[in-house]
Design a protein around this ligand. Structure first.
Ligand code: C2E
Ligand code: MG
Ligand code: MG
Length: 706
């Protein structure tokens, strides 16, 4: 006999001790298209069940030795028996039997006497339903197996963001265990940023009914993990989130990127990506009209180290050099920012012992030499490697876009050849590609040396430029302007040496001298019987930020016995904006001392009157670039007008610089400008000449008055 379930006809097993009923049932079922087996009692019934594996069992309750309940229980226990429909035949009103039948696992019951016509239909329906539920079970089992095989975490999330259910393979336990997530809200489990991202996608999934996909990072202790989320709508108010840990993939990608773009020995950029960075920097500098510096560093006599100490030591030295370069760039981060933001992403090892450093967006060509010198200095310390103390130096070639090349290849090639120039110069130095820049660099070096000696040699002199009150036409003050009489170069203008003095810090002693000398000279003029006037002294930002400024001012006033009211300090906006609280403290101290404070070159910096309002200031000096060509230059006229009006609204006196013509003076007078300074009245005069100038002015005024 064929096993049940195989072939077209289903197999039915009838177990009943009533022979008549059994025969009837068999006959009927055969007529209805079943193949039929029968058994006269429970024990034989079980044996038949094992043998035939029927698709359905018709089971009498009351039988000798083993009753129907026991048979049913056994069937349920036997492998494959748990889902076979078992129909139990009970007495009509035997409620107790019906309950026990269900408890034993019966699928349904029929009551005796049996309506055989209906029974055969009933059996068909039961069988059909069973087939369906079997199919469903199979597909569910398949799904479950599939889901269990997935490495993903599944989250059932409610519309309000609460986690309703969770299934995880355990791979997520390091980050979030199911216990940590269940019944929580998304916002309670994830960071603000991540939960905002999840909730946004959740809403989109619910609203659009389309799958939402996103990735996010998770910081945990020291580590960074990456996750990929898919959120699908899963009913009216729920969504299913499938979360995958993609940390490994991301890390691999990072590694691949590192290998593709970096030098494996030092971790710096490789040639390919350095060129890419350089090209980008050149493009951006071209648009913004800036310079880009390229430094090409080659270690001196590196081959000898490789030859004598071996490649291993050579490699360690290269790593050490890379460290030094990074360190010297980082340590001078501030300075580096001034020269255009050097950072580790701009440094490469091209190969061998050649390194390149990119200086994007520098303002002055000479800034590149500062970085070059810093690099040479950083190499000067010996390297301790594998028990050896190794000394290396480097030779650096410098190119500057656009002067030495228009593209990355040319700039690199020329920097390389400039580096050879540095080798020829005896190594351990830097050379520009262009001769004119080398000359400029040398000149700067020479200037720096002679500037260091200028104080001792008493080469500095003070010049005084009158500041004239428009209303009275009188000189009410004078600005002190420093002059350097260089033994060979002659008179060096301040713009040629003040920046250098600031860079080297020499401005501090120089400025102190200017301050004292100006006070002394002003006091001397007063003692000569001239009207008392203010003397205005320029204070560089470096000087202003030094603790010693207030002390220097006090000392200068003490020494000269000058009334503080006749001293004015000219500060620039940028120097007081740098450290807001400290500036405010110093300015209040100056105010308390009775010294006046002017803001110099106003309009060229932040030009933030709102900020200036908070400081105790007295005077605003409009930069001469805005006085130029007024009133014809309408932009400048508008700017000057606005500055004067705003300054007056803040109770500041206004001094206009660089007034050269009668028209400028008349226009400024109309605007209510208080004082002017410029060639129209007088250029800056030497110490002797200002004395004569003032005496003459006072004589004339006296004559007018008298
Ligand atoms: P500044 O403080 O803005 O000085 C005004 C500059 O404008 C001076 O240039 C002055 O000679 C020039 N000037 C005056 N009248 C006219 C004019 O009618 N037309 C034109 N075109 N220019 C005029 P100078 O003396 O060359 O000084 C340049 C800068 O050097 C000063 O600008 C100041 O920032 C700095 N400086 C000068 N002396 C000192 C000093 O003792 N200490 C510090 N820290 N800086 C100083
Ligand atoms: Mg000034
Ligand atoms: Mg000025």
């Amino acid at each position: 006999m064929a096993a049940a379930g195989r072939g077209e006809q289903p197999f039915a097993l009838v177990i009943d001790d009533d022979r008549g009923a059994r025969l009837l049932a068999c006959k009927l079922l055969e007529d209805a298209g079943f193949r039929v087996g029968e058994a006269p009692d429970g024990r034989e019934g079980m044996a038949a069940f094992e043998r035939f594996r029927p698709a359905i069992v018709l089971l009498d309750v009351v039988m000798p030795n083993v009753d129907g309940f026991a048979v049913c229980t056994e069937i349920r226990k036997s492998p494959g028996g748990e889902h076979i429909p078992v129909l139990m035949m009970t007495g009509l009103d035997d409620i107790d039997s019906i309950n026990r039948a269900y408890q034993a696992g019966a699928t349904d019951f029929i009551t005796k006497p049996i309506n055989w016509t209906i029974l055969k239909h009933r059996l068909r329906y039961i069988l059909r339903a069973n087939t369906m539920s079997n199919d469903l079970r199979k597909s569910e089992a398949k799904n479950r197996a599939l889901i269990n095989a997935l490495p993903d975490m599944l989250l059932q999330i409610g519309r309000d963001g609460s986690i309703l259910d969770i299934r995880s393979q355990g791979g997520f336990d390091h980050v979030f265990s199911p216990g940590k997530l269940l019944s929580k809200r998304i916002a309670e489990v994830f960071s603000h940023e991540v939960s905002a991202q999840i909730l946004e996608n959740l809403n989109l999934a619910l609203y659009t009914r389309e799958m939402q996909f996103f990735e996010h990072k998770l910081h945990l202790d020291e580590d960074l993990y990456y996750y990929e989320w898919r959120i699908v709508n899963n009913g009216a108010d729920e969504a299913l989130a499938i979360v995958r840990d993609i940390t490994e993939r991301k890390r691999t990608e990072e590694k691949v990127e590192l290998l593709a773009y970096h030098d494996p020995l030092t971790g710096l950029l490789n040639r390919h990506s350095f060129k890419e960075h350089l090209e980008n920097a050149v493009e951006s500098a071209r648009r913004r009209g800036r310079y880009v510096g390229t430094l090409f560093l080659d270690l001196d006599r590196f081959k000898r180290i490789n030859d004598t100490l071996g490649y291993k030591v050579g490699d360690l030295l290269l790593q050490g050099v890379a460290e030094r370069i990074l360190e010297s760039v980082r340590k001078s981060d501030k300075a580096a920012r001034q020269v255009g933001g050097v950072n580790s992403s701009s440094i490469s090892r091209l190969g061998g012992d050649e390194f390149t450093i990119l200086l994007p967006e520098i303002r002055q060509v000479q800034d590149t030499s500062k970085v070059a010198q810093r690099l040479l200095d950083s190499l000067a310390r010996p390297f301790a490697i594998a028990g050896h103390e190794i000394f290396v130096t480097g030779s650096i070639g410098i190119t500057v876009f656009p002067l030495d090349g228009e593209d990355a290849d040319t700039l690199l090639k020329n920097a390389d050849s400039a580096m050879y120039g540095a080798k020829e110069q005896g190594r351990n130095n830097f050379q520009f590609y262009s001769e004119s820049m080398n000359a400029a660099s040398l000149k700067r070096l020479a200037l720096e040396n002679s500037l260091r000696k200028a104080m001792d040699r008493q080469e500095f002199m003070l010049y005084f430029q009158p500041q004239v009150q428009i209303a009275s036409g009188r000189t009410t003050g004078m600005e002190v302007l420093l002059r350097w009489r260089h033994p060979e170069l002659g008179l060096v203008p301040p713009i040629d040496f003040i920046p250098l003095a600031e860079e080297t810090g020499m401005i501090v002693p120089i400025g102190e001298w200017v301050l004292a000398a100006a006070c002394i000279r002003n006091r001397a003029l007063q003692e000569m019987g001239l009207e008392p006037r203010r003397v205005a002294v320029n204070i560089s930002s470096l000087q202003f930020r030094r603790q010693s400024l207030l002390a220097s001012v006090r000392k200068a006033l003490d020494m000269s016995k000058l009334n503080p009211a006749y001293l004015e300090l000219e500060l620039t906006e940028s120097s007081i904006m740098k450290n807001w609280e400290e500036s405010s403290r110093i300015l209040h101290e100056l105010k308390a001392m009775g010294v006046r404070v002017a803001i110099d070159d106003f309009g060229t910096g932040y030009s933030s009157l709102a900020y200036l309002k908070r400081f105790p200031l007295d005077v605003l000096k409009i930069d001469y670039s805005f006085i130029k060509d007024i009133p014809a230059d309408q932009d400048n006229a508008a700017i000057a007008t606005a500055i004067i009006a705003m300054a007056h609204s803040l109770n500041l006196k206004v001094v206009a610089e660089g007034v050269e013509t009668r028209e400028q003076l008349a226009f400024l007078d109309d605007l209510g400008c208080d004082e002017v300074q410029g060639y129209f009245f007088s250029p800056a005069l030497s110490s002797d000449k200002i004395e004569i100038y003032l005496q003459k002015e006072e004589r004339q005024n006296g004559r007018q008055c008298g």
